[in-house]
Write a protein that binds this ligand. Structure first.
Ligand code: SF4
Length: 346
C-alpha cells in the first residue's frame, strides 16, 4: 500500500464525527473553515451549532445585521473572521453561482490560500493541497527536512510543492482532511504518537528517533504587555468602552475601559482597589490585565466611546475577547460581597 492509500484508509476509519463532516454542505464547510482559523475544534463545536441554528445558510447570514452576526461570534475572538464571513455570504448571494475553484474562492473576503484550498477540495473535490501548521509539521517530519524557516507562513510556502505532489487527486477533500486530522490527533507538536501513525514507515524523523526536532522554525520571543482596566459602576450600570465602527480589530465591540480610555494616570490606581488580575495570550503576546475599582468620573461628558450599560442590558451587547467572562465573575463577586455585608455574621 502506498502512503496516500494508507493515510486515506486510516482517516476513513478514525475521523472524528464532527458536525460539518456528518452533514456536509458548502455553507457548513465554509463556516467551519472560518471558525477553525486559529481556533481548536473543541472550542469551535458549541459555536458552530449555535451559528447553524441562527444562520443555517448563506441567505440567512447575508440578510442578518452585523450586530446579530457579531453577537453569535462573541467569545470566539478574531472578529474580522465574522465580518468577512458576513461579507462573503452577501457576495455569494449576489452572484449567479457559488464559486467552485480555489482561485475563485480566493477572491472572496477573508479567504486565503489555505481556506480556499480547503473549501474547493472538501466541497467540490478540486485537487488543491492545504498547507497549514499541521501539514508543515507532518511533511517536515516525513522528510526530516532541516531547512530553518523564518515563520509558519514561510514554511507553508516551502512545503506547498511537496503537499501538492502527495495529494490524492481523486480524493482531494478526504486527503486534506486526513492530513489535518493526523496533525491534530497523532502527529502532535510535542508528543507525536508514531506507533499509531499510518505514515510511520515513510517517516524519516520517526526513524531518526527525534521527530520533535521538526519543523525547524526560528524561535519567536514572547512579548509581555500589561493593561490597566477600570471597573466603574453607577446606579446599576457599568461603564464600558465601545470601539468605533472604523476600528480595525474591535469595531462596535464593548470592553472594560482602560486607563487610556478614561484618560487616567495608571500610577493613580490604588493597589487596595485591585479586583482581579487576568493573563491571556494572543499569538506571541502575553498580556496581563489588572482590573481596578474606580469611582465614576466626575465629568458629565464622557464622549461617544464611553457608555453606561445597565446590568439588565449587558446580555444584549457584544463584548470582545474574555470581557464577558470577567464581567460575569466580577458581578458575581459584587453580589456575594453585598450579601455578606447584609447578612449578620454568625
Ligand atoms: S511517524 Fe510520527 S513524526 Fe512521523 S508523521 Fe507519523 S506521528 Fe508524525
Amino acid at each position: 500500500m502506498d502512503l496516500q492509500a494508507s493515510l486515506l484508509r486510516w482517516y476513513r476509519s478514525n475521523r472524528r464525527p464532527l458536525p460539518w463532516r456528518l452533514a456536509p454542505s458548502v455553507y457548513r464547510t465554509v463556516v467551519s473553515e472560518f471558525m477553525l482559523q486559529q481556533t481548536q475544534v473543541k472550542t469551535v463545536l458549541p459555536y458552530f451549532e449555535r451559528w447553524q441554528s441562527r444562520f443555517p445558510d448563506f441567505e440567512s447570514l447575508a440578510s442578518a445585521g452585523e450586530a446579530d452576526v457579531l453577537k453569535h461570534w462573541e467569545g470566539l475572538g478574531y472578529y474580522s473572521r465574522a465580518r468577512n464571513l458576513h461579507r462573503l455570504a452577501k457576495a455569494i448571494v449576489a452572484s449567479p453561482a457559488v464559486p467552485r475553484t480555489a482561485r475563485d474562492w480566493r477572491e472572496l473576503p477573508g479567504v486565503g490560500p489555505y481556506t480556499a484550498a480547503a473549501i474547493a477540495s472538501i466541497a467540490f473535490g478540486e485537487p488543491e493541497a492545504c498547507v497549514d501548521g499541521n501539514v508543515v509539521r507532518i511533511l517536515s517530519r516525513l522528510t526530516a527536512d532541516t531547512t530553518r524557516h523564518r515563520d509558519g507562513a514561510t514554511a507553508a510556502k516551502y512545503f506547498t510543492p511537496l503537499a501538492s505532489l502527495l495529494l490524492s487527486p481523486a480524493s482531494a477533500g478526504d486527503h486534506n482532511q486526513a492530513m489535518m486530522e493526523l496533525g491534530a490527533t497523532i502527529c502532535h507538536r510535542r508528543n507525536p504518537l508514531c506507533r499509531c501513525c499510518p505514515l510511520v514507515q515513510w517517516c524519516a524523523a520517526a526513524k531518526s528517533g527525534s521527530p520533535v526536532d521538526f519543523p525547524r522554525l526560528q524561535p519567536t520571543g514572547i512579548e509581555h504587555h500589561s493593561v490597566t482596566r477600570a471597573w466603574v459602576v453607577k446606579d446599576g450600570a457599568l461603564l464600558l468602552h465601545r470601539s468605533p465602527p472604523s476600528a480595525r480589530r474591535l469595531a462596535n465591540l464593548y470592553e472594560l475601559p482602560s486607563a487610556i480610555h478614561l484618560e487616567l494616570d495608571e500610577q493613580s490606581f490604588d493597589s487596595r482597589d485591585l479586583l482581579a488580575k487576568k493573563k491571556r495570550g494572543i499569538t506571541r503576546y502575553l498580556i496581563t490585565e489588572s482590573i481596578y475599582r474606580v469611582a465614576p468620573p466626575g465629568r458629565l461628558c464622557l464622549g461617544d466611546a464611553l457608555v453606561w450599560i445597565s446590568f439588565d442590558d449587558l446580555q444584549s451587547i457584544t463584548l470582545s475577547g474574555p470581557h464577558r467572562r470577567w464581567i460575569t465573575e466580577l458581578l458575581a463577586k459584587e453580589a456575594s460581597d453585598q450579601r455578606n455585608r447584609i447578612l449578620p455574621s454568625k
